[in-house]
Design a protein around this ligand. Structure first.
Ligand SMILES: Nc1ncnc2c1ncn2[C@@H]1O[C@H](COP(=O)(O)OP(=O)(O)OP(=O)(O)O)[C@@H](O)[C@H]1O
Length: 523
C-alpha cells in the first residue's frame, strides 16, 4: 500500500486529514482494518501497530491485524478473555478510562502480557507500549489499539485524544462496511453461524438457549457503563446476574453495594442511600456517607426498585443525571461515579402507565434491560442446576458425591417452580440434608411439599393446558395424586391403593399407564 505522506513522528493534523481522506475512500471492512493499522503505524512511527476487536459476544478480544514497516498482515492467531479477570494489559486498556503508556519492564508484574508472547517474540526489553481503547460513537468500548516500540513514545502520549478520535472514525467506517456486506450476504443463503464462543459461565449454571443468551448479554454490559435493569420473577437469579456484571467488569476492585428498596421505610431508605450529615435530624449524631457514595467507583445494586417511593425516585434520577449526591442536611454535593444495576419482579412499564413509577427514571435505568425467564420456561436447565446444587451442598456438608436418579430428575422437571431457582435449590438441599447418605436419590427422597404443592399448583398448570383438553388435565392430575399418595406411604402400593379406594390391579394399571415405578418411592 502507498505510504502516508508524513514524517514518522510526531502525530500531526495534516497527516491525520490525509488518513481520514483515504479512509473515506476505503472499499471494504478488511481495507479499513489494513489502513487503520498501517496508517497509525506510519503516523506514530512505532515499530508495530496491532488492532484487537471484541468478538460478537463481547467476551473475547481478538487480534485482527498487525502492521509494521515491513508490511501489513491479517492476524487472528491470538485472542484472550475480555473480562478483566486475568489482569491483562489489553483488558486494562479496554476497560480503563485512560490510555496506557508504559514500557515492557514497567508493565511486567502489573499486567499479563500474553499478547506479547504470541507473535512478538524477540522484543527488546523496555519496548514502549501504548494501548488505547477503541470506542464507538456512544463511547462504548469495542477493542484496543496497541502501538509497540519505535519512536512513538512521547508523541503518542501527547496525542492520545486525536489517536482515540481516529480509532473511532476507523471503527465507524469498519462497521458501515460490515453492515453493507451483511446486507449482501442476506440475499444469498449462508451456512448457520457458528455458536459464539463463551469463556466462562459468569457463575450461572445452565445450558439452555435462555442462559446462553443471558451470558451474551452480560458480556456486552461489561464494556459500557450504562445502567442495567434486570427483570424476572422471584428467585430467577437477578442478584446473581448483578454480581456477575460487577465482578467481571472494570469496577470489580471497587465496592458492590446492595440495597433492597422494599424492605425498609421510606425515611430510612433515603438516609441509607443518600446519607446525611451530623445534626440533619434528631438522632443524627454523626455523619453517614450513604450507599451511593460508599459505592464510589463500583456498583450499586438496587433490588426491588419498583417499590422505591416516588419522592426518592426523583432524588435518584438527579443523582444519575448530575453524577453527584447531596446528603440530607448537607449544603455540599459530592461527585460520584457509580454504576446502577436495578432489579424488579414488577412490570415497570405498567407502573409507569399508572403513575406509580417515573417514566424518566425508567428510561434512565433501562438503558440496558435484561429479562430473566422463569425456571419452568427453561426446564432443560433443571438437571444441571440440581446436580450443581447437590454437589455444592455435599461438598460443604462433607457428604459423599450425590447421585441423582433419572426418576428423581424427571420428577423435578415436571414441577412448576413458583419460587424458581431458589425453590429448586432449597428442595435439593433439604433432600440431601435428610437423605444425603443414600447411594442414589429417588423421588421418594424429595420433600413431601413438592407433591402437596404439585396438587395445589395444578390450578395454574391445568389452566396452562388450555380449554378443551380435559383428558390431558385429568391425566396430569391423576399422575400427581398417585405420586403424592405413594410418597405418603413410602412406595407401599397396598396402602396407597387402599387410600384411593382402588383394587391392587387397578392401582397397578394406573401406575403402568403413567410409567410410575412405586419402588422409587421406597425410603
Ligand atoms: N443460573 C443459576 N445458576 C446457579 N445458581 C443460581 C442461578 N440462578 C439463581 N441461582 C441461585 O438461586 C438463588 C436465588 O437467586 P437470586 O437471589 O439471585 O434471585 P433473585 O431473582 O434476585 O430473587 P429475589 O427476586 O427474590 O430477590 C441464589 O442462591 C442463586 O445463587
Amino acid at each position: 500500500m502507498m505510504p502516508v505522506p508524513v514524517e514518522h513522528s510526531p502525530v500531526n493534523s495534516k497527516a491525520e486529514l490525509a488518513l481520514l481522506h483515504r479512509l473515506c475512500k476505503s472499499s471494504s471492512a478488511s481495507a479499513v482494518l489494513a489502513l487503520w493499522a498501517s496508517g497509525l503505524q506510519q503516523l506514530t512511527g512505532c515499530d508495530r501497530a496491532d488492532i484487537y476487536l471484541l468478538d460478537q459476544s463481547h467476551s473475547l478480544l481478538v487480534r485482527q491485524i498487525s502492521a509494521s514497516p515491513e508490511g501489513t498482515r491479517q492476524d487472528n492467531s491470538y485472542s484472550e478473555p475480555a473480562d478483566y479477570r486475568h489482569d491483562s494489559l489489553l483488558s486494562a486498556a479496554l476497560l480503563g478510562q485512560t490510555p496506557l503508556h508504559l514500557n515492557t519492564a514497567q508493565a511486567d508484574g502489573h499486567f499479563r502480557l500474553d499478547f506479547l508472547q504470541a507473535g512478538h517474540t524477540g522484543l527488546p526489553p523496555h519496548t514502549m507500549i501504548t494501548a488505547l481503547p477503541v470506542r464507538d460513537a456512544a463511547n462504548h468500548n469495542q477493542g484496543v489499539l496497541v502501538l509497540l516500540g519505535g519512536r512513538h513514545d512521547d508523541s503518542s502520549q501527547q496525542h492520545t485524544a486525536s489517536l482515540t478520535g481516529l480509532c473511532t472514525s476507523f471503527w465507524l467506517q469498519y462497521c458501515r462496511h460490515q453492515q453493507l456486506a451483511d446486507c449482501v450476504r442476506q440475499r444469498t443463503p449462508t451456512p448457520a453461524p457458528r455458536p459464539v464462543p463463551l469463556n466462562h459461565s459468569y457463575g450461572l449454571t445452565g445450558n439452555s438457549e435462555a442462559i446462553r443468551q443471558l451470558r451474551r448479554l452480560i458480556s456486552k454490559t461489561l464494556h459500557n457503563q450504562s445502567s442495567v435493569l434486570i427483570t424476572g420473577e422471584t428467585g430467577t437469579g437477578k442478584e446473581l446476574v448483578a454480581q456477575a456484571i460487577h465482578h467481571h467488569g472494570p469496577r470489580r476492585s471497587f465496592p458492590f453495594q446492595v440495597q433492597n428498596c422494599a424492605s425498609i421505610p421510606e425515611s430510612l431508605l433515603e438516609s441509607e442511600l443518600f446519607g446525611y450529615c451530623r445534626g440533619a435530624f434528631t438522632g443524627a449524631d454523626r455523619e453517614h456517607m450513604g450507599l451511593i457514595r460508599s459505592a464510589q467507583g463500583g456498583t450499586l445494586f438496587l433490588d426491588e426498585i419498583g417499590d422505591m417511593p416516588l419522592s426518592l425516585q426523583a432524588k435518584l434520577l438527579r443523582v444519575l443525571q448530575e453524577q453527584s449526591v447531596r446528603p440530607l442536611g448537607d449544603t455540599r454535593s459530592y461527585a460520584v461515579n457509580v454504576r446502577i444495576v436495578a432489579a424488579t419482579h414488577q412490570n415497570l412499564p405498567d407502573m409507569v402507565a399508572s403513575g406509580r413509577f417515573r417514566q424518566d427514571l425508567y428510561y434512565r435505568l433501562a438503558q440496558f434491560p435484561i429479562a430473566l425467564p422463569p425456571l419452568r420456561e427453561r426446564k432443560d436447565d433443571i438437571a444441571l442446576l440440581s446436580q450443581h446444587f447437590a454437589d455444592e451442598f455435599a461438598h460443604h456438608a462433607r457428604l459423599p458425591a450425590p447421585v441423582l436418579s433419572p426418576a428423581l430428575l424427571e420428577r423435578l422437571e415436571s414441577h412448576h417452580y413458583p419460587g424458581n431457582v431458589r425453590e429448586l435449590k432449597n428442595m435439593i438441599e433439604r433432600t440431601l440434608l435428610m437423605h444425603g447418605h443414600e447411594a442414589s436419590l429417588q423421588p421418594g427422597h424429595l420433600p413431601p411439599e413438592l407433591f402437596e404443592q404439585a396438587c395445589a399448583d395444578q390450578q395454574t398448570e391445568v389452566e396452562d393446558l388450555g380449554a378443551g383438553k380435559l383428558d390431558e388435565r385429568l391425566n396430569y392430575l391423576e399422575c400427581r395424586v398417585l405420586e403424592q399418595v405413594l410418597h405418603k406411604y413410602h412406595g407401599n402400593q397396598k396402602l396407597a391403593a387402599q387410600e384411593l379406594g382402588l383394587s391392587r390391579g387397578a392401582m397397578n394399571y394406573r401406575l403402568k399407564k403413567h410409567q410410575i415405578n412405586a419402588r422409587n418411592w421406597r425410603i
